[in-house]
Design a binder for this molecule. Structure first.
Ligand code: ZN
Ligand code: ZN
Ligand code: ZN
Length: 121
């Protein structure tokens, strides 16, 4: 005899591909939990180093302040990269990455980006 399927657990969602409401919710909950785990923990709230990039990267603090600092840094770096662009002769010309990550708008990069978009649609 086969075991009846239990709903509302992630196992049923992944194993049986059930998409009923309780199973979807269980899976969503699991994702949230694992996100939190992966995101590290919030350290001692009284620590003065919150909001520094060092605390985020080396101490893996994931409080709102540290996250915000990290986000701002990523943004700055991206802008910086875009400003510099790719040096002539860089092997990343003509790649989608060159176009998006580096903001290069040379012909080969533009072509790569157009090509990429074509394959995606
Ligand atoms: Zn179900
Ligand atoms: Zn923090
Ligand atoms: Zn380029």
């Amino acid at each position: 005899m086969t075991k009846p399927i239990r709903h509302g657990i992630r196992y049923t969602y992944t194993r049986y591909g059930c998409r009923c409401e309780p199973c979807v919710a269980a899976n969503a909950q699991y994702q949230r939990d694992s996100d939190n785990r992966r995101g590290g923990e919030v350290k001692d709230p009284d620590d003065v180093r919150h909001g520094t990039i060092n605390f985020y990267t080396n101490f893996k603090c994931r409080c709102d302040k540290c996250r915000a600092t990290h986000k701002a840094k990523m943004k700055r770096e991206r802008i910086e990269r875009h400003k510099q662009g790719l040096a002539a002769g860089d092997s990343r010309h003509g790649t989608y990455n060159g176009y998006t990550s580096w903001g290069c708008r040379c012909d080969p990069c533009k072509a790569a980006s157009a090509e990429y978009r074509k394959t995606r649609t």
